[in-house]
Design a protein around this ligand. Sequence first.
Ligand code: SAM
Length: 256
Amino acid sequence: MATIPRLYIDAPLAASGLVALDDEQSNYLLRVLRLEDGAPVRVFNGRDGEWSASVKKASARRAEVTLTGQTRPQTGQIRPPLTLLFAPVKKDQTDLIIEKATELGAARMVPVLTERTQTRTVRTDRFRKIALEAAEQTERLDLPEIADAAGLDAALDALPEGMAVIFCDEAGEEAEAPWGGEAGRARPMLEVLAGLKGRPAAILTGPEGGFAPAERAYLRGRAETWPVSLGPRILRAETAAISAMTLWQAVCGDWK
Ligand code: SAM
């Protein structure tokens, strides 16, 4: 049986309500999916759980949905919450980071403009659209928050008190070394996570050129910050972000 389409609607959801859809949502249901009157859909708004509904053609180009019943109660956010602080990289790879972070349950994402970040123009409206579509597909009941881009200090200073920062550090102990290689690597992430269970955490990954020596020295000296190694190879930024979130979910998150 084809999956029943699932739509995020920013409107109150209550029994036997009728909810009007916007142009984009109407176009998706009526012209892309070619749904007829009465076709089933599922809707969620991040507050009232998920509801079954049926499509109602209000006009040739406009659709509404008639709510029929709640299929899933609203559950709280994933506890503890995971934040991803990521240096934006090339467009497609950054899109991948946003999509995968949504699937992997990130509660909040912050594009961090570090010294070596090459991509300085950050389209958060685009990121929010990618995250919304990924939340619909991954059956989340909430949307991750996509914060505006911030510098490294500002992004860290804005974190809630006591949040553990997991600093993906490919360069090891040597602040000046471009790559830790065989010497001075940070502790394996899995080992570090064993001591961070139950704590809200922020994973930090750098740009294509890595973190600058001054940034790395600052991060390694910062309280509540744990440098971690993701193994003996240099991962692309998107691979590092996805790998680190996967490990965190498996040890500290909701993959139990
Ligand atoms: N400095 C690297 C080099 O010399 O080519 C490039 C940085 S890497 C492409 C982008 C980011 O991914 C890094 O800043 C780090 O946050 C993360 N990363 C990549 N490989 C890693 C590893 N083995 N351990 C920890 N973090 C890693």
